[in-house]
Design a protein around this ligand. Structure first.
Ligand code: FE2
Ligand code: FE2
Length: 185
């Protein structure tokens, strides 16, 4: 695999590199805890935000070039595209062909309908490895959720975001994932 660190640092993305390193570490820990493949989960963590090397203003153009079908939320908030673009970069530039990894990267912000355990693991690791000041406000709920299952942890995070008006424009995948999780917990 090509060097994630080198690519991010060469593009002035030190903060992203620190974040993905932390996410990769959490992914490994959660993989051991929940019986998933630690190596694959760690790779997903390292590459999940690799599209940070593409300027936000260029994301829409890149998505159109790739022939992505875009939903209303993605048109309104092109930042949401970074998950799908990261999956493309992981596959095409880093040669990742493991579908479980590409899927998890591609839905790490919104999750999706019927998520796999690897999808949920990266999704929640990204939220636990908080990239802002202090402790995440949903930390207690999510940690309690993790004592039960990945489903419960993802549900608690999504419920917190929904109940606190933090979801600017729900992506259809977010809505479907939450509906799925409501039926699981
Ligand atoms: Fe991300
Ligand atoms: Fe992230």
């Amino acid at each position: 695999m090509r060097d994630v660190r080198e690519l991010l640092l060469r593009n002035g993305k030190e903060k992203t590199f620190r974040h993905v390193s932390q996410v990769a570490e959490v992914c490994r820990e959660l993989a051991v805890r929940f019986g998933l493949d630690p190596e694959l989960c760690e790779i997903g963590g390292l590459l999940h935000d690799i599209s940070a090397v593409i300027a936000p203003a260029d994301m829409m153009g890149y998505a159109v070039e790739q022939g992505f079908e875009l939903c209303v939320a993605e048109r309104k908030y092109p930042f949401l595209l970074h998950q799908r673009i990261s999956a493309v970069v992981a596959e095409e530039f880093f040669g990742i062909d493991e579908q479980t990894v590409l899927s998890a990267i591609g839905c790490h912000t919104t999750l999706k309908a019927n998520p796999t355990r690897a999808d949920m693991l990266l999704f929640i690791a990204d939220k636990i490895a908080w990239d802002q000041e202090g402790v995440p406000p949903f930390s207690d709920e999510v940690n309690r959720g993790l004592e039960v299952s990945l489903e419960r942890a993802c549900y608690e995070y999504m419920r917190y975001m929904n109940d606190n008006g933090k979801v600017l424009c729900p992506h259809p995948n977010w809505t479907m994932a939450f509906g799925y999780l409501c039926g699981q917990v």
